[in-house]
Write a protein that binds this ligand. Structure first.
Ligand SMILES: [Zn+2]
Length: 262
């Protein structure tokens, strides 16, 4: 039994009808539009959907209006609606596993759904059961290969830092080989890279970290951004503006295979 609000269930149903090419529930479409207009009276997409849902116009207009409305509302399908999104995350994780091996981190990592602080997302779980400190990977992050790669790399970075207890030791993973400081995953020139925060350069392409630079690189505390020094689980809040309510999923391991490590 879902504990999602009725408004979210209605949007899910509209999305599912669109995806499956099924008839759109006109009453549900009207209700969704009116709920939006109650908050944002000038929302053109909601007005169009309301009109399309009660007009004599055909299904095509209603479908078009529904799609535009869902897009305008940022209604991105969840991992439960689009489980194939998980495949892209798995491919990304395989790439990041190569960086773990290259930097001497032997522990296993896997993807899990349903961290207790943000059950709609996916996080990386380490050999010690750590999940990082942010909200995890949103379904929208998995929409394309590059954003999936960057998002997964960030989750690996956080979870590995936790399991190595690096935040409290003044260490970072993965550390820039040239400067020994923190690197951050980001999209750059069409590819995913580990970006050296202090040096302002690409430390490595994600999935292509040079062998031999181990995790034992240690910057001075002054080189660490404040956020890396004082990170705590208190940051684990489900109040992200991107949150549209919790989904009561159990913690599901859907892919736990992992290389043996370095
Ligand atoms: Zn650097």
């Amino acid at each position: 039994m879902s504990d999602k609000p009725e408004s979210e269930l209605r949007l899910d149903a509209l999305y599912a009808a669109l995806r499956n090419g099924a008839a759109i529930d006109r009453e549900a479409a009207f209700d969704a539009a009116m709920a939006e207009l109650a908050c944002h009276p000038g929302q053109a997409w909601a007005r169009e959907l309301a009109e399309a849902s009660v007009s004599e116009a055909g299904e095509a207009r209603l479908a078009s209006a529904t799609r535009a409305f869902l897009d305008a509302c940022g209604c991105v399908p969840g991992f439960d609606q689009e489980p194939e999104l998980l495949g892209g995350l798995e491919a990304a994780l395989d790439a990041v596993r190569a960086d773990l091996r290259a930097t001497g981190v032997a522990g296993q990592v896997s993807l899990v759904i349903g961290p207790d602080w943000f059950p709609t997302n996916v996080v990386v779980e380490t050999w010690k059961g750590d999940h990082g400190w942010t909200s995890g990977i949103f379904p929208s992050d998995a929409a394309d290969d590059l954003s999936a790669l960057v998002a997964v790399a960030e989750q690996v970075r956080e979870a590995v830092m936790e399991s190595l207890n690096y935040q409290f030791m003044g260490k970072v993973w993965p550390a820039c080989p040239a400067h020994g400081v923190a690197t951050t995953p980001m999209a750059r020139r069409g590819g995913g890279v580990w970006w050296c925060d202090s040096g302002g350069h690409v430390a490595a392409k994600i999935g292509h970290w040079a062998q031999g630079h181990t995790r034992h690189d240690e910057p001075s505390p002054q080189q660490l951004p404040l956020s890396r020094r004082v990170v705590s689980r208190h940051m684990r809040s489900g109040s992200s503006p991107r949150s549209r309510g919790a989904r009561a999923w159990p913690l599901i391991r859907y892919a736990s295979s992992s290389p043996a490590g370095a």
